[in-house]
Design a protein around this ligand. Structure first.
Ligand SMILES: [Zn+2]
Length: 345
């Protein structure tokens, strides 16, 4: 009995499809409101959230993706869902390859992004050879993972989706992408009015990259955050753009004040947990930490004493359950050092 079961199992493993064709990578979509549809590739492997905002004066795409081949399929889905193809703008939340390399799929749309975005995208394009190396080695890890998992299990599907997504990404990068650079840029704030919908774009370059922006759609009570936040993990201040932090904190306050009824935050990827409460809680954490650090500096408190007195869980209850250690690095201490430096001039 056991023997025949084993035989059946072995045979089913032998004949089960061990790979996923690129055309079979699932393309998903979800209406977030009457006017906003989000699409992404894969069910388990991480996809980039590409959204479309439907307005009287044309369609606005928020972020594209790394692979033009996959984004072309997302575009087809949008066109058949909406019955229109008047893509007027692309807004990139930032210029990392997995958010902006597929801008070419919408050749007629005007690209809007942060002032630093042209240089940021040039940098991404220059580093395609290194990116290809990284993607190829990730693919190898996923191939090994796929070999040791059943194609029917969640991890087996995840692994196979990953291999297929890496394959299509590698093929697209090898074929060469045609970068589409922003032609409308701004430094701090930009308003885009399109008849019945208004999009407010805010500089938010203190955390993930030097080209991050947040997009608020007041009518939809919706906020797009790109890769800036990951619910459940402490936000992490970027040393290179530290001097912008006080201004970004003011912007954060403005967004919260302008949208007390915010109901949806849309992160940059399909598998990122993020709720409105996370967005509020992280603001309270960082604004209080900034006030604590500046008060301690004014009182000439030594850093060692501040670190000893600053008990994380009691002082910042909104983020008490968040993980604050990443790759053996203490994110809370990092934030304190950054703000200490900033408050000291
Ligand atoms: Zn990113």
């Amino acid at each position: 009995m056991i023997r025949s079961l084993l035989l059946v199992c072995t045979l089913s493993l032998l004949f089960a499809p061990s790979t996923l064709a690129q055309a079979d990578i699932p393309i998903n979509s979800k209406w977030l409101s009457d006017r906003v549809l989000v699409t992404w590739a894969c069910n388990h492997f991480q996809g980039t959230n590409m959204a479309v905002v439907v307005t009287e004066q044309g369609l606005v795409i928020i972020d594209t993706g790394l692979s033009p081949s996959t984004v072309r399929r997302q575009r087809e889905l949008i066109e058949s869902e909406l019955g229109r193809s008047d893509f007027r703008y692309i807004i990139n939340t930032h210029m990392h390859n997995d958010h902006a390399f597929a801008n070419e799929v919408f050749p007629d749309a005007t690209v809007i992004a942060h002032q630093n975005s042209v240089v940021a995208l040039e940098r991404e394009v220059e580093s395609i050879p290194e990116l290809l190396e990284r993607v190829r080695s990730s693919r190898e890890r996923y191939v090994a993972w796929a070999a040791e998992t059943s194609p029917d299990s969640t991890s087996g599907i995840h692994a196979r989706e990953g291999v297929a997504a890496f394959d299509v990404g590698i093929a697209d990068l090898e074929a060469g992408i045609e970068p589409r650079y922003p032609t409308v840029t701004f430094e701090r704030h930009h308003t885009l009015r399109l008849g019945d919908v208004r999009l407010e774009l805010f500089d938010f370059t203190s955390f993930h990259s030097d080209s991050d922006l947040l997009i608020l759609i007041p009518e939809e009570r919706m906020l797009f955050t790109g890769d800036v936040f990951w619910g459940g993990q402490l936000p992490f201040l970027r040393e290179e753009t530290l001097d912008r932090f006080p201004q970004v904190l003011d912007t954060w306050k403005t967004i919260l004040e302008e949208s007390p009824d915010l109901t949806t935050v849309v992160p940059g990827h399909s598998d990122v947990p993020l709720a409105v409460e996370d967005f509020r809680g992280m603001y309270h954490y960082l604004s209080r930490l900034w006030a604590d650090v500046t008060a301690a500096r004014e009182a000439d408190t030594p850093l060692v004493r501040f670190l000893m007195q600053n008990t994380f869980k009691e002082r910042y209850p909104e983020v008490a359950d968040y993980s604050y250690i990443r790759r053996e690095y203490n994110l809370h201490q990092h934030n304190i050092y950054m703000l200490w430096q900033l408050a000291g001039g």
